[in-house]
Write a protein that binds this ligand. Structure first.
Ligand SMILES: [Fe+2]
Ligand SMILES: [Fe+2]
Length: 167
């Protein structure tokens, strides 16, 4: 791969992280009573998201939806099969409970994402859109559910009525 491709990849990673970090900082600024600082963090986060999108496009990594779904499945599968199990072992070995919890939650949720993407891929390959359902996401662990959830989140126990509807 060329130097420029690697540069774009590094810039994409950096901007992606900055956008998530700023959104996390915005949430904290709101909690701390600084709504205007929160707004600034969200504005910058949106700009960094645009940079990330532009870098990814320049890399040629935004392809047709079938290929994008395949890439998404591969990414989720890697996280479930290889990345998180390894990270969970590390966290257990070093006894870092907070890391262990967040890795475990994420791994459980990624299993569901792979499933959902596979369903969508099947539909798109057959010439239609993904199944007509509403997606609801747990605000604490990210568990992603088709339709409103009755009862508690199977991953973290948050009541289903707290889930966010994705539009
Ligand atoms: Fe995921
Ligand atoms: Fe949850």
């Amino acid at each position: 791969m060329s130097k420029v491709y690697d540069d774009l990849k590094a810039a994409f990673a950096g901007e992606s992280q900055a956008s998530r970090k700023y959104n996390s900082f915005a949430r904290k600024a709101d909690q701390d009573g600084f709504p205007q600082v929160a707004k600034l963090f969200r504005a910058a986060a949106q700009a960094e998201t645009t940079h990330a999108y532009n870098h990814l496009r320049a890399m040629g990594e935004i392809k047709a939806t079938v290929e994008n779904l395949q890439a998404a499945i591969a990414g989720e599968n890697y996280e479930v099969v290889s990345m998180y199990p390894e990270f969970i072992n590390d966290a257990e070995a070093e006894g870092v409970k907070k890391a262990l919890n967040t890795f475990r939650w994420a791994m459980e949720v990624e299993k569901g994402h792979e499933e959902l993407y596979r369903k969508a891929l099947q539909a798109v390959e057959a010439g239609s859109d993904a199944p007509q359902v509403e997606y609801y996401v747990c605000p604490f662990c990210g568990y992603t559910h088709e339709g409103p959830l009755e009862g508690a989140c199977p991953v973290c126990g948050t009541p289903g009525e707290k889930f966010e509807l994705i539009t």
